[in-house]
Structures are given as C-alpha cells and as structure tokens.
Design a binder for this molecule. Structure first.
Ligand code: UTP
Length: 292
C-alpha cells in the first residue's frame, strides 16, 4: 500500500503524427476535434477527474495551438462578452483553470522515451502518470484513476493494457505476464514492436502508465530501439525485469486519435450522445446505414 499521493501527469504530444497526414502538417493531431473539443482536452479532463493537479504537456515548435487552447484569449473573450455571451466565456475559462497546465518543448522527435526524459525536473521525486497524447479512452472510472488505485494496492509501477489481435501486437508492445487476480497481472518483461515469433502475449500497453522517478536514469542511458527511437517501453522493460510492474487490464474503450479510423470512430461514439446534435446525428446515422 503506497501513501504518496499522485499529483502529476505528463502528456507527451510532440510526435510527428505521420499517420494523420496531410492534416497533421498544419494541425497538431492532439487538436483534432472529437465533435467540438480537441482530443487532448479529454486527456486533461481524465487526469483532473483522477485527482491530478499538475499536468505537463510535451509539445514541439509546430504545436502552439495546444498552448493557445489552454490559455485565455482576451480579444476573443471581449467580443463574446460584448455580444452578451459571458456564460460561454466562463465555460472557456473553466477549461483553462481546471488544473495547472505547463508546457515543455521536445526539441527533436527522438521517441516517446526521449520525450518523457525531458520531464525529470517537473516530476521531482514523486510517482507520476503518463497519458499518451493520441490515446483517448472513454470509461466509467477514469483510466488514470484505475491505475492510481492499482498502484496504491500493489505498490509497483502500473501499465494499462488490453488484449490486441495477435497479428497487431507487432505494432505495439507485448508483455510477459502472470495473472494475479481479477484484471491485474504481474509483468516481469516486455518487448516493443516484437518481430513475429518474439511476442510474449497479446497484452499490449495502450496509452496509460504510472511510473516512479527511477525511470529517468534508465531513459538517460537508453540506446535507440525499435524504429531508431528512444523507446519508453525499453526503460519500462528494465523495471519489469528488475522488480516487476503491475499490468492492469483497464475498463474502457480506447480510440487511437493518431489514426484516421480511430478519429472517425471516436467522433461517431461521442457524436450520438452530444447534448446539442446527438439526437439529430443518431437519426441521420440510422438512415445512412440503411444504404451501406
Ligand atoms: P506515436 O508513435 O503514436 O506518435 O507516439 P507519432 O510519432 O506522432 O506517430 P506517427 O508519426 O503517426 O506514427 C505515442 C505518443 O508519444 C508522443 C506522441 O505525440 C504520442 O502522443 N511522442 C512520440 C512524443 O511526444 N515525442 C516523440 O518523439 C514521439
């Protein structure tokens, strides 16, 4: 049982987003909308709803739109206020004020591990969660909270996992696990983007991990791994082999907003329940699918 409260989260959002080209050349993929909210705002909300107070978003020089979204816009707000839309201004400010959001630029896209390595001084000596910037997960209990509860129970770093079709494991990572109880597993090894035949299992890390600060020394000494990138999985594999991590098969449905299909699916799922347009969109879809 760990008593140290988890207050900090990192959202790496400095990837190139090549799977979302051409749009990602001009619009950061993390700013693509799920109906009317940028994808990354769902991650910030998930962290806040999980009790996180301090959030570091890792960006790069092309992703200024993310910083703008979490900032006040005095000129725009003044025009809304002049038009009698003060309530909307309060709602927009609420998005900015829900947590302390900080930004740091990764100067070169050298991989997810390299991006997390930039956050050492933000984290200090506390455990922290990482929400991968393009993985949106809709769930009853926020997935960050599920990981924090698991950390408090088992006292080891936690990785959020799901089974993926075996032929797709090589696009993600593969974990060596033993079942503990319910949806928790003990993991003592993992491999990033395994070649066929090198898989441990069909359990892959999807979008959320909870790490301890000892990870930073491991990241600093990593050689480039799969795809020539500094891979966070390689550092987590060392932790798993040294002392083990808990793999939690989290409750929730994950959408990969870094892929065209995931983007479309997330918009349909949120669109049909949207308070303004949900009913009309649902009716439209019912008619539309009849012609498919
Ligand atoms: P991905 O591999 O999904 O992102 O990284 P990518 O590199 O943008 O994807 P492609 O180009 O479409 O294949 C997982 C997360 O790590 C971040 C990404 O922004 C994403 O949230 N990341 C990746 C960084 O912050 N820096 C990097 O150097 C690489």
């Amino acid at each position: 049982m760990r008593n140290q409260r988890i207050r900090r989260a990192i959202i790496p959002a400095a990837g190139l987003g090549t799977r979302m080209l051409p749009i990602s050349r001009a619009v950061p993929k993390e700013m693509l909308p799920i109906v009317d909210m940028p994808a990354i705002s769902h991650l910030v909300k998930e962290a806040v709803d999980s009790g996180i107070e301090e959030i570091l978003i890792i960006t790069n020089r092309e992703k200024g739109a993310i910083e703008d979204f979490f900032d006040y816009s005095p000129e725009y707000d003044a025009r809304l206020t002049a038009g009698g839309k003060d309530t909307i201004v309060s709602q927009l400010h609420g998005i900015c004020d829900q947590a302390n959001v900080y930004f740091l630029r990764q100067k070169e896209a050298k991989g997810l591990g390299h991006a997390i390595g930039r956050a050492r001084s933000f984290v200090g000596d506390e455990p922290f969660v990482v929400l991968y910037g393009d993985d949106i997960i809709f769930s009853e209990v926020p997935v960050c909270r599920q990981l924090i509860d698991t950390y408090e129970k088992y006292g080891r770093p936690v990785v959020g996992v799901k089974p993926v079709p075996m032929e797709q494991v090589r696009k993600y990572c593969s974990l060596k696990v033993e079942h503990i109880e319910n949806n928790a597993y003990f993991c003592d090894d993992m491999i990033e983007k395994p070649a066929p035949g090198k898989e441990f299992s069909n359990l892959s890390i999807l979008g959320r991990v909870l790490l301890e600060p000892s990870i930073f020394d491991l990241i600093d000494n990593l050689a480039p791994g799969a795809g020539g990138e500094i891979q966070l999985t390689d550092a987590m594999a060392m932790v798993a082999r040294q002392s083990g991590v808990t793999a939690l098969e989290f409750e929730g449905t994950r959408y990969d907003l870094g892929s065209k299909l995931g983007f479309l699916m997330a918009n349909v799922v949120k669109g049909i329940d949207h308070p303004e347009v949900g009913a009309d969109f649902r009716a439209y879809l019912k008619e539309f699918v009849k012609e498919l």
